[in-house]
Design a protein around this ligand. Sequence first.
Ligand code: CA
Length: 229
Amino acid sequence: MYDGDNDAMTGPRVLVVEDDHSVRDVLARGLRRAEFEVLTATDGASALRAAEQPFDAVVLDIGLPDSDGRDVCHALRARGVSAPVIFLTAKANVTDRLSGFSAGGDDYMVKPFHIAELVARLHVALRRSGTDLAIEDGDLRLDPVTHSLHGPSATMPLTPTEFRLLACLLGAPGALIRRQALERAGWPEGAIVSDNVIDKYISRLRKKLVDAGASQSISTARGLGYKIS
Ligand code: CA
């Protein structure tokens, strides 16, 4: 069934297609907390009906009761829908992953995952598609058009990679963002990114946050990732 609940939110609108109701509830709650407007659907047929309304991105489970999520993605693309699609899959194998991309998906996540990582990837996908809004946290504002960081003391220009990494962190303030998520946010699919390179970018971002007068800073969880708070 299609459950057209949506709050009076103004953030990007995401269609969540997931048959497992506990997973769907966790996703909907987490995305709403992150200021997305959420539409939900429980199978392929209801997803295609829901997709008659405007939306900015899709979170699409591959294992649906009436169809394969990749076929749903094909059907959306065939209708001219260009919104980014992030697949959810329980299977970590490469075959699944590659066929997800050939089905027109933009990204995928293997269950179980942390909602903060999905939020970060949605922001990255929305920014690529040009529909994301400025990201704000406290008195910091990250402008997706000018790629600049506006803080209380100064506006700092960012390189495209710095912008994508900071957007990934600021997309989920206070949450641990794993190195892999930063790699995926900052660099093209398949790029080899050494830990040193990520560290170098993080130290540049720390300096720019200080120069912008930010009260937030980036902390390191050794061997795991980073968070901004
Ligand atoms: Ca499923």
